[in-house]
Write a protein that binds this ligand. Structure first.
Ligand code: PLP
Length: 474
């Protein structure tokens, strides 16, 4: 029910320090708490994120000393106290208990095991610094240093020449479709297993989506099914790199070339994934990304279109900004949108992007841990990572179990405080999309078996062991 942790610099502060200093420390330690020591290093009490919020909401400022806000009534234990007795002290709102030695020094702390969410953004790099910088610069709207920097750096990361930052991943898809001239009467091929945003973006252009089945090994759109679905009205394909797995881009590009179709890659779940050593998003005419809170990297809400076509990039930029002429202010050349991202969001994005390699490594290592600990359990099949030419990223660790056991499995995890998600319901299984679907046997089967497991910094071997135990009990 609880874990024991050591103390580091970010967990302790001085009673004469400012609330700002404490806020920075909390942002680093991600525990929402800092232990307060006096001049001699003796434990005085704690400051929590809630204490800071209350101070700010009652007219105090971050440069005030923490002294008057210290919670001195907090429970403490000694290192000798038996764990069973510590456990009993976790009542009500108490979720962290410091361990104090004879000299009143903090030597560690116990933390109640909280329920394990599926995803949890990690914002303890430079995100807060950049956000504050953007804020004090007063460039809080949709132009500013961080917007340009985020567009340049992220498009470079994606092996693409141009980046157009937008409000979210859904409008990134819509912007790309509109810029490519997709309209009523056109057909756009989409996979059956995806988040609804993919097809909604098509429907909002007035075009007709055509839903096709997925590959059994990759869970991505099946090129053979694309080929069968092409008609003289087909204008574009939207391959979705689902759950971090790249689509078969050689086959898809060949079909697009043969039939003169556009490709818009939906990369919302696959930042950094590679096909033949090249980043996804760089194969199609446009690559569309999402920076929603649970994605590989986040800006809260946010998205980006990447492309290597200067013409498309200019057009998307114009459409993003009400269709306004670049040369003549308030002269509108096309009917556009306001799809802009703010400098504040981009500031967080730049902080996230700086450490994307570390984030991807950490994700891969966590997935590997899952892989090792769940290997050999016959009731579990892990997402493939050995498909030729494809290097997936670990967005949410994904497994298949027998369809009739899936919901029980998730309920049993829930009971142990472990959150999980069932795979997306196939588009073809929802009334509003069914009329656009071709036969989709594989996706229907896979979607009933699939579970996304917690993929966040708090997942440790203990959590994975619990999941393994549930599966082994069958
Ligand atoms: C998240 C997601 C989107 C939409 O992104 P938002 O930023 O939430 O609008 C689109 N496609 C897929 C496959 C996604 O997972």
């Amino acid at each position: 029910m609880m874990n024991k942790y050591d103390i580091d610099e970010s967990l302790i502060g001085n009673s004469k320090d400012s609330l700002m200093t404490f806020m920075y420390k909390m942002n680093k330690n991600t525990n929402g708490i800092v232990f307060v020591l006096d001049e001699e290093g003796k434990f005085r009490g704690v400051i929590t994120d809630g204490d800071i919020k209350r101070a700010l909401m009652t007219g105090h400022t971050l440069n005030e000393m923490v002294e008057p806000f210290i919670n001195t009534a907090s429970i403490t234990v000694t290192a000798e106290e038996p764990e069973a007795s510590v456990e009993r002290k976790f009542a009500g709102k108490v979720c962290i208990i410091p361990i104090i030695d004879k000299e009143q020094k903090v030597v560690g702390f116990y933390k109640k095991k909280a329920s394990m969410p599926i995803a949890d953004p990690q914002l303890n790099g430079n995100e807060l610094n950049y956000l504050l910088d953007a804020f004090v610069s007063t460039w809080i709207s949709s132009s500013g240093y961080y917007i340009n920097r985020f567009e340049e750096d992220f498009s470079a990361f994606c092996d693409s020449q141009y980046g157009i930052a937008v409000s979210n991943g859904t409008v990134a898809l819509h912007l790309a479709l509109v810029a490519l001239g997709i309209k009523a009467g056109d057909e756009v091929i989409v996979p059956d297993l995806t988040f609804a945003a993919t097809i909604n973006a098509v429907l909002h252009t007035g075009a007709t989506p055509v839903i096709v089945d997925i590959e059994e090994n990759s869970w991505c759109i099946d090129p053979k099914e694309i080929e069968k679905a092409v008609t003289p009205r087909t204008k574009a394909i939207i391959p979705v790199h689902i759950y971090g797995q790249p689509c078969d881009m050689d086959a898809i590009c060949a079909i697009a070339k043969e039939h003169n179709l556009y490709i818009i890659e939906d990369c919302a779940e696959a930042h950094g994934a590679l096909y033949k050593g090249r980043k996804v998003g760089s194969f199609g005419d446009v690559g569309c990304f999402s920076f929603f809170g649970n994605k590989v990297i986040t800006t809260g809400e946010g998205g980006m279109c990447v492309t290597s076509s200067e013409e498309l990039s200019n057009l998307m930029r114009k459409l993003r900004d009400h269709g306004m002429s670049k040369e003549r202010r308030y002269y509108h050349e096309v009917v556009g949108y306001n799809y802009r991202m703010t400098n504040l969001q981009a500031a967080i994005g730049v902080g996230q992007l700086e450490k994307i390699d570390a984030i991807l490594n950490w994700r891969e290592e966590l997935e590997e841990k899952y892989r090792n600990m769940l290997a050999g359990i016959p009731s579990i099949t892990l997402q493939r990572k050995d498909l030729p030419e494809r290097k997936k990223v670990a967005w949410l660790v994904s497994i298949l179990v027998e369809a009739d056991k899936r919901d029980t499995f998730m309920a049993e995890m829930k009971q142990r405080g472990i959150d999980s998600r069932a795979f997306f319901i196939p588009l073809s299984q929802m009334d509003i999309y069914r009329p656009y679907a071709r036969e989709c046997k594989v996706s229907n089967q896979i979607s009933q078996m699939g579970i996304n497991l917690p993929t966040n910094y708090r997942v440790d071997e203990g959590i994975i062991r619990k999941i393994a135990e549930i599966a082994k009990a069958w």
